[in-house]
Design a protein around this ligand. Structure first.
Ligand code: ATP
Ligand code: MG
Length: 333
């Protein structure tokens, strides 16, 4: 049994509350514990673990944080280049606050691309041969855009999305995100980039099943080292933004697919990322729920000033996009 600890933040002078399942809080004693294995095993409810690389990586980081809060290392300044100083430079709460304030100060009409992809290739060794999956991708995404990647199964959409989020590296080419060369960043810097500036949404929701909607959203604030004093208001705001003000204490198994995906959206935007990456976010939903999710996306672009890049197979939602890139066999046409 793993005892969930309480971690105190001396810097902020606040108690950074360990996220504790709400059901456990009502237990007989304050000894809040859970079996380590359950976190991963229960992911298997619904199709939550379909084994995609990016979702697994993100979930593993979150699970590790729950089980061993102090085991998740935040790179210190010395680990980062000076030019990367902004939000990559420290794991301190002050830095997280500064990153949020810095984002708030960005000019509304920022016409520079938030994301530029230049001649990106990705190959995988398969047995004695090499599988050339991405074959020279060029794209630009501007702040506040909703950009969609469409294409047949196996065309390379997820492979590209993984690289946009720093979960994988190109074999050749460049990816620039807000002036940072993602293709050159170390693993530690890319991890910090993901936690602080990027939000992920997956086809199968990727919520932790033992946690309530609120606790799932809180988790991404904790991952981004946002001070605990800000969690309550921010979580409430995000859940209300996705229309779930009345489902805050429900666990994933007590919600519909559309509701679970909206919790996943609230979780993905909670730490105020600049970029939201969504891999087929409507694929598990019927058309009505899919339309709700797209309406939420449009709303959060306005309210949260986020930029969204998503993949889809669904032709009916393409009209919501500001721009559609069509991928055929590793190239845009
Ligand atoms: N780590 C890997 N090693 C070897 N091949 C890989 C790896 N990752 C992806 N591929 C291959 O790259 C191709 C593109 O995969 P990808 O998952 O990007 O497609 P996709 O467009 O997202 O498809 P879908 O619409 O089915 O999700 C596939 O043929 C896949 O088998
Ligand atoms: Mg895919």
């Amino acid at each position: 049994m793993i005892r969930w600890l309480r971690k105190r933040s001396a810097e902020a002078g606040t108690t950074e509350g360990q996220i504790v399942p709400e059901s456990s809080r009502e237990g007989e004693d304050s000894g809040i514990s859970m079996p380590q294995g359950n976190v991963g095993e229960d992911e298997g409810n619904s199709e939550a673990m379909t084994g995609t690389t990016e979702k697994t990586a993100v979930l593993e980081e979150e699970q590790q944080l729950i089980i061993e809060p102090d085991a998740v290392q935040i790179p210190q300044q010395s680990d980062c280049g000076e030019d990367q100083a902004e939000s990559l430079n420290t794991g301190s709460q002050e830095a997280a606050v500064a990153a949020m304030e810095e984002k708030a100060a960005l000019p509304e009409a920022d016409h520079e691309p938030i994301l530029s992809v230049r001649e990106v290739h990705r190959s995988f060794p398969v047995g004695s041969t090499t599988l050339h999956v991405l074959k020279g991708i060029n794209m630009e995404v501007r702040p506040g855009q909703l950009v969609m990647l469409k294409g047949r199964s196996g065309s390379g959409k997820t492979t590209l999305l993984n690289m946009l989020g720093g979960l994988d590296q190109p074999s050749q080419g460049e990816i620039w995100f807000r002036g940072q060369p993602v293709h050159e960043l170390s693993d530690a810097k890319r991890t910090m980039l993901r936690r602080k500036q990027i939000g992920f949404i997956f086809q199968a929701y990727a919520l932790l099943p033992l946690l309530s909607a609120r606790e799932n959203v809180e988790l991404s604030l904790r991952m981004a080292s946002i001070p605990a004093s800000q969690w309550k208001d921010r979580v409430t705001h995000c859940l209300e933004l996705v229309g779930l003000g009345k489902r805050q204490h429900h666990r994933p198994s007590e919600m519909s697919g559309g509701e679970q995906q909206r919790v996943a959206i609230a979780k993905a935007i909670a730490h105020r990322p600049h970029l939201l990456l969504a891999d087929e976010p409507t694929a598990n939903l019927d058309s009505q729920m899919g339309a709700q999710v797209m309406a939420v996306f449009r709303n959060i672009i306005e309210v949260e000033q986020v930029t969204i890049c998503m993949t889809t197979h669904d032709p009916t939602i393409l009209e919501v996009a500001d721009h559609v890139y069509e991928m055929v066999d590793g190239r845009f046409i």
